[in-house]
Write a protein that binds this ligand. Structure first.
Ligand SMILES: Cc1cc2nc3c(=O)[nH]c(=O)nc-3n(C[C@H](O)[C@H](O)[C@H](O)COP(=O)(O)OP(=O)(O)OC[C@H]3O[C@@H](n4cnc5c(N)ncnc54)[C@H](O)[C@@H]3O)c2cc1C
Length: 591
C-alpha cells in the first residue's frame, strides 16, 4: 500500500496545538498556514515518489560491509542526492550557514513524513541535524565556518558517538580517550558501538561527534568532553583529504531498520584519530544533552511516523479484506473486516493514539520554538521549561504508541500480517528500536519524574495540568451531543494526573525508590491525559466551526471514553508505591 502523507491531519493538529501565537502571527509571522501546507505537501510528494518505494527493498537488501566500506541498498545514494538537491537537508539550519531556518513545528511535520516513508533513510538526516545542533551550540567559530555549511547543505552527514559496550544508558562509564596533541587538536582512541550511519558512501565525508575522556578527567559524567572527528581530514579550504584514523569494524544484524548501517567504530588503531574539541573540556555531556533533547523529540516524531504508516496500511487492508458477516448483514455478501466491531476498535485505537502522539510532539516543538524565538525573556524561559517537561513524554509515549499501533496493524492483517510480503511485519520490526535508542523509555520516565517534575519547584507541571483541566471543563460545559462522555472522562484523567503528580512530588523527597518504581506508569498516564486533551481541543474547534460530525470529533471522544479511561488505574498503580515491586527480589524471578 503506497504511503500518502497525512497533510490535512498534520495541518489540523498544528492549528490545534499552535494557539499562542497562531500560524502567521508573532514568532510565526512569516509562516502562515498556506506556506506550511505548501512545504508539507511538497515533502509528501518527495516522500511518496522517492523514499517510500525504497522502504521495503531496503529492508530486504540491507546495508552491508565489504572490505571496510558500507554499501547501502540500491537506490539509496540516488535518493540521498535527490534529497539534498531539493534542499530538504537545510530546512531547520540557521541561514548564516545556508539553512532555511524554518521553525521546529515545520521540521517535526516534515520529519514525520520522511520517517513514515522510510525510517531507515530518515535516520541519516536526523542524526546530521543533531550533529549540526551540537556544533552550532558549542563549536568554535573556526569549526562552525569549516563544517556547518557542508553539513547544512547535506554535502557531508553527521553522527552521534556516545555508546560503548560498557556504557549505554550510563554514559559516565565511557572510556574512549582523548589525548591533547600539543597543537590544539586531540588524538582519540576507543571503540563506539551502535553508531547509526557511522560509515557509508552517500557523501564524501562524515562528521562524527564523539564523547571521550581527557587524561585528567574527573570520573563519571562530569569528566566527559565532546570532539568533532571527521572521517576525512579537512583542509583550510574545506576540501576533504586523507582518511582519519577511524574505521567501521562491523555492522550489527538487527531486528529492523536493516538499511540503516549500525556501525562498530574504532578510533585510533594507528596514531589516534584527529579530533577537535567542541565546547569546554569536561563539559561535553552538557552540549550532548542540548542536542539529545532535540533528538529525543525527533525520535518521538519517528514514533508518530511509524504509527501513521502502520495505520494507513491496516486501514487499506481492512477496507478490502472480507470475512464473515456483521450482525447487521446476516444474509448478504461477506463483510469487510473493518466493519466488525473488534477490527473497528483496533483501527480506531491506531488512528486515535497516532493523532494524540502527533499532537504531543507538535506541542513540544511549538514550546521549543517559543523558547528560542519569543522576544520576552520570561516567556522564553516558561516555554523552555514546558518543552523540557514534554520532551520525555513526546519521546516515550509516541514511540510506545508506534509499537502498539504496528502490533495492532499485524493483528488487523491476521495471518497475512505475520508473513513479510504484506509489509505490516516490517513496520513492527522497524518500530521496535524507537523505545530503545536516544535514551530508553524507562530512562525518559525517570527523567520526567526526577528532573522535570521538580522544575520551578513543581510549578511547571502544576501550570500545565491546570491548562489541561481547563480544556476538560470546557468540553464538559459545551455539553455537545457529539462529545458523549468526553468531558467527564477527560476530567477524570486530568484529576488522576494531578493526584499522581502531587504524590510523585512528595515521594521524590521522601521515598525516592517509590517514585522510580512508578515512573513508567506515570509517564503513560501523562501521555493519556495530555493526548486526550489535545484531541479534545481539536474537537472543540470542529464544533465551533459547525463540523461536529467530523472524524476528529469522533476520534477525540473514542480516545477519552475508551483509551484515557486507563488513567485513574495508572494513578492507582503509581500512588500505591513500590511495596509490591520491591517484595520481588530479581533472584526470585529467575527460578
Ligand atoms: C539500531 C540502533 C541504533 C543506535 N544508534 C546510536 C547512535 O547513533 N549513537 C549512539 O551513541 N548510540 C546509538 N544506539 C545506542 C542506544 O542509544 C542504546 O542502545 C541505548 O541508549 C540503551 O543502552 P544499552 O543498549 O546499553 O542498554 P542498557 O543501558 O544496558 O539498558 C538495558 C535496560 O536497562 C534499563 N536501565 C539501564 N539503566 C537504568 C537505570 N539507571 N534505571 C532504570 N533502568 C535502567 C534500560 O531502560 C533498558 O531497559 C543505537 C542502538 C541501536 C540498537
Amino acid at each position: 500500500m503506497a504511503y500518502r502523507a497525512p497533510v490535512d491531519d498534520i495541518l489540523f493538529t498544528l492549528k490545534t496545538v499552535v494557539r499562542e501565537p497562531r500560524l502567521g502571527e508573532g514568532i510565526y509571522t512569516h509562516l502562515d498556514e498556506a506556506t506550511v501546507r505548501a512545504v508539507v505537501e511538497e515533502a509528501g510528494r518527495f516522500a511518496s515518489e522517492v523514499l517510500a518505494p525504497l522502504n521495503h527493498k531496503g529492508d530486504r537488501t540491507a546495508s552491508r560491509l565489504e572490505g571496510g566500506r558500507v554499501v547501502t541498498p540500491p537506490g539509496w545514494k540516488e535518493a540521498y542526492d535527490a534529497f539534498v538537491a531539493a534542499g530538504w537537508a537545510a530546512l531547520l539550519a540557521p541561514e548564516d550557514y545556508g539553512g532555511q531556518a524554518l521553525p521546529e513545528i515545520v521540521g517535526s511535520a516534515v520529519s514525520e513524513i520522511w520517517n513514515a516513508a522510510n525510517l531507515a533513510f530518515g535516520l541519516c538526516p536526523l542524526l546530521t541535524q543533531s550533529a549540526i545542533h551540537a556544533l552550532q551550540v558549542d563549536g568554535s567559530d573556526e569549526l562552525k565556518a569549516l563544517y556547518l555549511p557542508r553539513m547544512v547543505s547535506g554535502q557531508w552527514t553527521g553522527t552521534m558517538n556516545l555508546t560503548e559496550p560498557q556504557a549505554g544508558s550510563d554514559l559516565g562509564a565511557l572510556t574512549t580517550r582523548a589525548l591533547p596533541a600539543g597543537d590544539g587538536t586531540y588524538r582519540l582512541f576507543g571503540t563506539k558501538i551502535f553508531i547509526t550511519y557511522g560509515e557509508h558512501e552517500l557523501t564524501e565525508n562524515i562528521v562524527h561527534m564523539v564523547l571521550a575522556r581527557l587524561p585528567d578527567a574527573p570520573p563519571g559524567t562530569r569528566g566527559i568532553s565532546l570532539f568533532l572527528v571527521p572521517k576525512r581530514l579537512v583542509g583550510p579550504d574545506g576540501a576533504p583529504g586523507a582518511r582519519n584514523d577511524v574505521v567501521c569494524a562491523g555492522l550489527e544484524h538487527k531486528l529492523g531498520i536493516h538499511a540503516s548501517p549500525t556501525c562498530v567504530m574504532r578510533y585510533g588503531e594507528q596514531d589516534g584519530a584527529v579530533g577537535y574539541l567542541v565546547g569546554r573540556e569536561h563539559h561535553g555531556l552538557r552540549t550532548m544533552f542540548i542536542m539529545m533533547n532535540a533528538a529525543r523529540l525527533a525520535v518521538g516524531v519517528q514514533g508518530v511516523a511509524l504509527a501513521e504508516r502502520a495505520t494507513q496500511h491496516a486501514m487499506a487492508y481492512a477496507m478490502e479484506r472480507r470475512q464473515g458477516r456483521t450482525h447487521a448483514n446476516k444474509d448478504g455478501a461477506m463483510s469487510r473486516i473493518a466493519e466488525h466491531p473488534d477490527v473497528r476498535r483496533m483501527l480506531a485505537t491506531m488512528r486515535a493514539t497516532t493523532m494524540a502522539a502527533r499532537a504531543i510532539c507538535l506541542a513540544t516543538a511549538h514550546a521549543l520554538d517559543r523558547s528560542h524565538l519569543e522576544a520576552d525573556h520570561d516567556t522564553r524561559r516558561d516555554a523552555a521549561h514546558l518543552a523540557a517537561l514534554l520532551t520525555p513524554v513526546a519521546k516515550a509515549y509516541a514511540t510506545d504508541v508506534a509499537c502498539e499501533a504496528a502490533s495492532l496493524g499485524i493483528q488487523v492483517h491476521g495471518g497475512m500480517g505475520f508473513v513479510e510480503e504484506t509489509g505490516a511485519a516490517q513496520f513492527y520490526r522497524d518500530a521496535r528500536i524507537l523505545p530503545i535508542y536516544e535514551g530508553t523509555n524507562g530512562i525518559q520516565a525517570i527523567d520526567l519524574v526526577t528532573r522535570k517534575l521538580p522544575l520551578e519547584e513543581g510549578e511547571v507541571a502544576t501550570r500545565y495540568i491546570g491548562e489541561l483541566a481547563a480544556t476538560a471543563a470546557e468540553v464538559g460545559a459545551a455539553n455537545h451531543a457529539a462529545f458523549g462522555l468526553m468531558g467527564e472522562r477527560l476530567a477524570a484523567a486530568v484529576d488522576a494526573l494531578r493526584d499522581a503528580t502531587r504524590w510523585m512530588q512528595r515521594a521524590l523527597a521522601e521515598h525516592h525508590e517509590d517514585a522510580l518504581a512508578g515512573a513508567t506508569p506515570y509517564l503513560r498516564l501523562f501521555g493519556l491525559a495530555a493526548g486526550g486533551v489535545y484531541l479534545a481541543r481539536g474537537a472543540l474547534a470542529c464544533v465551533s466551526e459547525g463540523a461536529a460530525d467530523s472524524p476528529q470529533v469522533a476520534l477525540a471522544r473514542f480516545f477519552a471514553e475508551q483509551i484515557a479511561v486507563a488513567a485513574p488505574g495508572l494513578a492507582t498503580a503509581v500512588t500505591s508505591g513500590g511495596a509490591a515491586l520491591f517484595s520481588i527480589e530479581p533472584e526470585r524471578l529467575c527460578t
